[in-house]
Design a protein around this ligand. Structure first.
Ligand code: ADP
Ligand code: MG
Length: 724
């Protein structure tokens, strides 16, 4: 199975996106297809043994569209987009050039020899030159027995044009039949102009909705100073290889992900974490591509390059999320796929009614027919949800909140309980041993050798506490999740873990004293050699600076906050008090964490679980919304629906309010998209005429259409400026 996100060309409206999506889904070997009109991209999952990208491209082309399958860099894509935008702009100006004379002549009834013919010729040329693409696409649609916005454009403009030519050609016959031979060429050209104008405004606004990702892409530097036989040489980024030693001067962007090997500095990582404070880096610390070295210079060794860097994976995740579809979009897609045929049917009914009800009304009938078709273009409908999602996801990324897909964004707005893990979520997750009773060097060696096999934060604290030790060969190692670790050395069984787990073992006086002293202020662990405790250690893990504030924010907005932890009662209580949590559970095993969430769900609550994503994967999977704390390189984006970059817990509240804002924008957009059609179509059909004598001018109808898409996109853009 392969998964690709590829640009689609030639899509004019939501209907087009539907057509391409349907075509892709019906292509052999394609298991998943999602086409996003706003990003003009398709997400395709296919079986590379059954089909190839070439075949998929061919099938998209059969439907009348293009699929770009050659790899393009971000810059090439931008370049291409720019060219298309320029072309659109040119088309608009050319159409304006044709429209103005035709419009002026007809509006002011300027009459001179052949004025009718001149209007006709200008209009026809304009339709042929600029309208060509609409015709060819509409034709392909017809061949596929479907219709889209191109169809609507072609029908409306040609009907007006052909009608007017007939009025000129058969002037006498019409007059004899008592039909006034009026011409209205201006309708055709002006509609074409407005369509280009609408597209132009739409493209411009859409460009702004993807600002966030452009910013991220712009962070990649182009070269790096690489050590080459004791000299520093500028090397293009593509030539940097793993293991290269890179010099990063102050003020420079870091080129690749790696580890500091010499020197010290402060690095601005706000582009990744959204947190403004520069982060101190010294030997052994990880640094990331795209972040900026603020002062001092340092040397680093290159570890992750190109597509492997954290920045690249963030860009990919954001892009994927922006092209994902909100659940509500499915309904919208259904509506817009039947929309065009329904509109054409309504237009014909309107025409029929006018002809049969009123006398001498061919012109009015035609005008209403054109009106209905023009006003009903479903462009706005196609932009409503995707632009809102793009802005929401992008804004999240700017604030260090990575959202997996549109669905996650939607769920976040409904959360009413937040369950937090203690270690690494509320606390810093960098525990340290504050006191211990180990004296025998052999025991210490065993302890460290066993803990060396474990990934637990406490294990790290143990390993880092002693500078001198010998690594023993542990014959058997087992991780008892939620309790500790177990190992075998020279045939002797050792256990390291919580006091609760080792409560049946004998403990000496000295150990008991230490336990008493630290009980409630630290996590206590012990090592048992067989059934005898050989040492205890008190481990503290300070609470994060912002935890209290973050929890207060959540509670203030009416959200219940729970803490669950595998740690003992006293220490848990202490920490809960410190951060203002009164609902907490201690000594909870990982599987019980899941059960706990299940029990809350049974009460009808929507639960968000916040954890480190490694230890708590079951609980994260059970929750309605999973939020993972992304710690540097090993972000668990696959597990969690939302990943918070950096350590700041106030992002939880931010994510929830971002979700609420986005959902509100999305609903407003849908309202605006529909209201134009719901009110517009009857007026266009002429329901106001019998009573008020008001018949919509088709040019005004096309302007209304432009307004509806523009108002939808600007509404999305406005949401980008709101505070979260
Ligand atoms: P939390 O829910 O706080 O993340 P865990 O479920 O990971 O806690 O662990 C619960 C308890 O088990 C810890 O407080 C500690 O006492 C003990 N423990 C777990 N793993 C280890 C280890 N590698 N070394 C020592 N103690 C451990
Ligand atoms: Mg944990």
């Amino acid at each position: 199975m392969e998964r690709k996100i590829l640009p689609v060309e030639g899509m004019m409206c939501a209907g087009c996106a539907n057509t391409v999506e349907k075509k892709l889904k019906n292509t052999q070997g394609v298991s998943l297809a999602r086409v996003n009109y706003a990003t003009q991209k398709a997400t395709i999952e296919f079986d590379s043994e059954k089909t190839s990208l070439k075949k998929i491209k061919k099938s998209v082309e059969d439907a009348g569209y293009g699929l770009v399958i050659d790899y393009m860099t971000g810059e090439e894509i931008e370049e291409k987009k720019k060219k298309q935008y320029e072309k659109l702009k040119r088309n608009f100006y050319v159409s304006l050039l044709f429209s103005i004379p035709v419009f002026v002549i007809s509006m002011f009834h300027i009459s001179f020899p052949y004025s009718n013919y001149i209007q006709g010729v200008l209009t026809t040329i304009c339709l042929f030159i600029l309208g060509g693409e609409f015709y060819s696409r509409a034709y392909k649609q017809l061949k596929n027995k479907s219709a889209n916005m191109d169809t609507l454009v072609v029908i409306s403009t040609s009907v007006a044009c052909i009608y007017s030519w007939s009025a000129i050609a058969f002037k006498r016959q019409w007059e004899e039949a008592n039909v006034e031979p009026q011409i209205y060429f201006e309708t055709s050209v002006v509609i074409i102009s407005f369509i280009f104008l609408g597209k132009l405004l739409e493209e411009k606004a859409k460009g702004n909705t993807s600002q966030a990702i452009k910013k991220l892409m712009g962070l990649k530097p182009k070269s790096a100073l690489v050590k080459n036989e004791d000299k520093w040489a500028e090397k293009p980024l593509e030539e940097v290889v793993k293991g290269d030693i890179i010099l990063v001067k102050s003020g420079q962007k870091i080129a690749v992900d790696g580890v500091v090997i010499q020197g010290e500095s402060y690095v601005d990582e706000s582009m990744i974490t959204g947190e403004p404070m520069a982060v101190k880096k010294r030997k052994g610390d990880r640094v990331f591509s795209g972040t900026i070295n603020q002062r001092g210079s340092f040397q680093m060794s290159a570890e992750k390059l190109a597509e492997q860097t954290l920045l690249a994976s963030i860009i990919k995740a954001v892009e994927e999320a922006q092209t994902s579809k909100a659940p509500i979009q499915r309904l919208v897609d259904k509506i817009s796929s039947v929309f065009v045929p329904v509109v054409i049917a309504i237009a014909f009914i309107t025409f029929g009614c006018w002809i049969s009800l009123a006398e001498n009304s061919l012109l009015q009938a035609l005008q209403s027919f054109v009106n209905v078709i023009v006003i009903a273009c479903p462009c706005a409908l196609g932009l409503a949800t995707p632009t809102a999602i793009m802005v929401g996801v992008g804004k999240g990324a700017e604030n260090g909140i990575l959202i997996k897909d549109a669905q996650s964004l939607e769920i976040a707005s409904k959360v009413d309980v937040v369950v937090m893990d203690k270690t690494g979520t509320i606390t810093q997750g960098k525990p340290q041993i504050v006191e211990h009773s180990f004296e025998n060097q052999c025991d210490i060696n065993v302890l460290i050798s066993i803990e060396n096999c474990s990934q637990h934060p406490i294990a790290k604290a143990v390993v880092e506490n002693w500078s001198e030790w010998e690594n023993f060969n542990i014959e058997y190692f087992e991780n008892i999740v939620g309790y500790g670790v177990r190992g075998n050395y020279l045939g002797q069984d050792y256990r390291v873990g919580s006091l609760e787990w080792l409560k049946d073992c004998q403990m000496g006086e000295q150990e008991k004293k230490l336990v008493e002293k630290w009980s409630g202020n630290a996590t206590l662990i012990a090592m048992a050699k067989g059934e005898k405790i050989v040492g205890v250690a008190a481990v503290t893990d300070p609470v994060k600076e912002n935890s209290k504030k973050a929890i207060e924010q959540l509670k203030n907005s009416g959200i219940e906050v729970y803490m669950i932890t595998g740690d003992g009662e006293k220490n848990s209580e202490k920490i809960a008090q410190k951060v203002g949590i009164n609902l907490y559970r201690w000594e909870v095993k990982p599987s019980e964490k899941q059960d706990f969430i299940k029990s809350l769900q049974e009460k009808g609550k929507k639960i968000a679980m916040v954890g480190d994503g490694i230890n708590d994967s079951q609980a994260l999977a059970q929750a309605d919304l999973s939020i993972a704390m992304g710690k540097g390189s090993d972000i668990a984006m696959d597990v969690a629906q939302i990943t918070l970059m950096g350590s700041d817990l106030t992002k939880i509240k931010k994510a929830i309010s971002l979700s609420k804002i986005t959902l509100k924008t999305l609903k407003e957009n849908l309202f605006w998209a529909f209201i134009y059609n719901v009110i517009g179509i009857p007026i266009a059909a002429g329901v106001l005429y019998p009573k008020f004598g008001f018949l919509l001018n088709p040019m005004i109808a096309s302007l209304a259409m432009v307004f509806s898409s523009v108002s939808v996109v600007t509404n999305s853009l406005r949401s980008a400026k709101k505070n979260i």
